[in-house]
Design a protein around this ligand. Structure first.
Ligand code: ARG
Length: 234
């Protein structure tokens, strides 16, 4: 509880993985955690009258942190997949995304996922659906190695220095990288699968889930969501 002006507010611990701009990043000036997910969650908290304590960790550790009670909320561009719905509960969808294959700019050898060959290394971020795809390709003998990274920043560097031949990552984050750093990487082929991002809470925490859904509905109705969307995506 945070007592302020006599009124006690609930304080919830929320976590994200910060190498995923524009959803989850750190402000270059202040070093503070920043991004669409941060602004979205803060707007929901303000609407619902609770407060947030932010932390960041490896994406691969988020769900177990939630299940063990170390955190209360995950706001980290997390796809509400069927497999994850068995482990945690998700809010309503707040962003529709999908996975793409990215290659180093000018690499004409790979025009889609079909052009990956058994001598290639393909990167993905630990614990993500992109990593799952890489592991699937390796298990099927379609690529030589699924190279799993903790931070997407290192994965992007390795894509450009030739350590990996391709990277499987989320469309909006890959597009944002291309916009920020033209001429470095490019997207090849079609979107591999659809994803729907949700905010995650511990399975059964209906009270918090209902608050998050109510807050999300309010900010969508009152125009705050659209304002945040324009701030981070336009
Ligand atoms: N959307 C993908 C997933 O749910 C990747 C999310 C990565 N998020 C992050 N903050 N690094 O697995």
């Amino acid at each position: 509880f945070a007592a302020c002006g006599g009124q006690e507010k609930d304080v919830y611990k929320v976590a994200m993985e910060p190498t995923f701009p524009p959803f989850d990043t750190t402000d270059s000036k202040t070093g503070e955690l920043s991004g669409f997910d941060v602004d979205l969650m803060e707007a929901i908290a303000a609407d619902q009258g609770f407060e947030l304590e932010w932390s960041n960790m490896s994406f691969g550790g988020l769900i177990s942190a939630l299940q063990s009670g170390n955190i209360d909320i995950i706001a980290s561009g997390m796809n509400a997949s069927d497999q994850r719905r068995k482990q945690v509960d998700f809010s309503d969808t707040y962003y529709d995304s999908g996975l793409v294959v990215a290659v180093k700019d000018g690499n004409t050898a790979i025009k889609s996922i079909k052009d990956l060959t058994p001598d290639m290394r393909v990167g993905g971020q630990i614990g993500t659906t992109g990593a799952d795809k890489c592991n699937e390709l390796q298990k099927a003998g379609k690529i030589k190695e699924a190279k799993i990274y903790d931070g997407l920043d290192v994965a992007m560097m390795d894509l450009q220095n030739g350590t990996i031949d391709a990277l499987i990552n989320d469309l909006p984050v890959t597009k944002a990288y291309m916009k920020a750093k033209p001429g470095t990487i490019e997207i090849v082929g079609d979107v591999l699968n659809a994803e729907s991002y949700g905010i995650a809470v511990k399975k059964g925490n209906k009270e918090l889930l209902d608050q998050i859904n109510a807050g999300m509905k309010d900010i969508k109705d009152n125009g705050t969501f659209d304002k945040l969307y324009s701030k981070w995506f336009e």
